[in-house]
Design a protein around this ligand. Structure first.
Ligand SMILES: *Cc1c(COP(=O)(O)O)cnc(C)c1O
Length: 377
């Protein structure tokens, strides 16, 4: 891809969309095309195969089903499509994104067992096991791999084992780990992962997908169709028959996604993960230098989001910090925790530890501007 003119580069430290390459941005600039043309179907087919490959899925067992929308649409699709009539789902809930799946179940009047635990820690696996063993009506177990709201990484392999031991389907919101942390869908005991183009793959907003177990999708054909637009089997079936989405796809976003996948495989799973871990370490180094603490124990962090405890005094103002950094090309994000003053630094996109180091030079200036002397006491 020949890049015409460099686009101003912003370092996004918010929880998605992420910093993208210019080649991904320019991949959207294409001659107008009707997505029902074979040329586009071929691109879609290649993208779907690559999406399965990212999580090492066996193409005989797993397939990618893409929808037009942000990441939440896949949560909606999986929750409303995979629970048989009269059965329940169960959500291992230790954060905002798990809570969203509970809420979605409520909107569809699906019975949902909500296993809540603290947002700052890991779920109690014994409690999860007891709940699922006891309630034979649970057919679907859901969890979030990496709670983007806090940065906690959940033990999905263990939860998946419990789900499978009890003949349940296991769906996992991997929206903030897919394409970032290495994932092997089968080894992790996962039946359905989720992702969205603007997160780990550093593509453009507008396409989201599940990579899911074909047998489980086919079994869902006769489950209640609770949504017209967001039905998993309908979309899968259309892909099978026509090679494309049931309704108009986000055409330009798909071209960008194809380019983002190309860059993913060029960099390589392991190289990407090492680059991102260096970013995460640089975040912790920078925080230490300022004298700030992370809220979540380092040992249980997914190494992709750090929730920072903001100074609890009159000087700190998130807007001042944000605006000072934003004007200099760095975007930071407010926290998502009740009762605590926090903000978040996320390392999801096409960034390096040097970007993080540059960010901290700017952040330190902002702290001094707010009236602090560094390091903080
Ligand atoms: C980003 C994200 C989502 C989806 O959010 P959208 O705003 O709909 O894209 C869902 N789950 C997790 C864990 C996320 O990080």
């Amino acid at each position: 891809m020949e890049v015409v003119k460099p686009v101003k580069r912003n370092v996004l430290l918010n929880p998605g969309p992420a910093t993208t390459s210019d080649a991904v941005k320019y991949a959207q600039v294409i001659p107008d095309i009707c997505p029902r043309e074979q040329e586009f179907v071929d691109i879609m087919t290649g993208v779907r195969a690559d999406l399965v490959k990212v999580v090492h899925g066996d193409p005989e067992k797993y397939t990618a089903v893409i929808f037009t929308g942000s990441g939440t649409i896949v949560q909606d699709v999986l929750v409303n499509s995979l629970v048989p009539e009269g059965k329940k789902m169960c959500v291992v809930n230790n954060g905002a994104y798990a809570a969203r799946m509970v809420e979605i179940a409520g909107y569809y009047n699906i019975d949902c067992v909500d296993i809540q635990s603290s947002a700052t820690g890991l779920p109690d696996l014994d409690a999860v096991k007891k709940t699922i063993e006891k309630d034979k009506d649970i057919a679907v177990v859901a969890a979030v791999h990496h709670e983007t709201g806090t940065g906690v990484l959940n033990p999905v392999r263990e939860i998946g084992q419990i789900a499978h031991d009890n003949d349940c389907i296991f769906i996992v919101d991997t929206i903030s780990t897919y394409g970032l942390r290495p994932i092997d869908i089968e080894k992790e005991n996962i039946d359905f992962v989720m992702s969205s183009a603007q997160k780990g793959l550093a593509g453009m907003t507008g396409a989201s997908w599940t990579v899911g177990n074909i047998k489980a999708i086919e079994a869902s054909e006769n489950y209640p169709a609770r949504s017209y637009y967001c039905n998993l089997f309908m979309q899968y079936d259309f892909f099978n028959r026509a090679g494309e989405m049931h309704f108009t796809p986000p055409v330009q976003t798909i071209y960008a996604l194809a380019q983002a996948l190309k860059e993913y495989f060029e960099e390589g799973e392991q190289n990407r993960w090492e680059r991102l871990q260096k970013c995460w370490k640089a975040i912790h180094r920078g925080l230490e230098e300022i004298g700030l603490n992370s809220v979540i124990d380092k040992d249980i962090q997914g190494k992709l989001v750090v929730t920072v405890e903001a100074p609890d005094d009159g000087n700190f103002n998130f807007a001042t910090l944000h605006d000072y950094c934003y004007e200099r090309g760095f975007t930071i994000y407010p926290g998502k925790m009740f009762g605590l003053k926090t903000f978040r630094l996320c390392n999801l996109g096409l960034i390096t530890h040097r970007d993080i180091e540059d960010f901290f030079v700017t952040a330190k200036e902002a702290f001094i501007k707010m009236g602090y002397s560094l390091p903080l006491k």
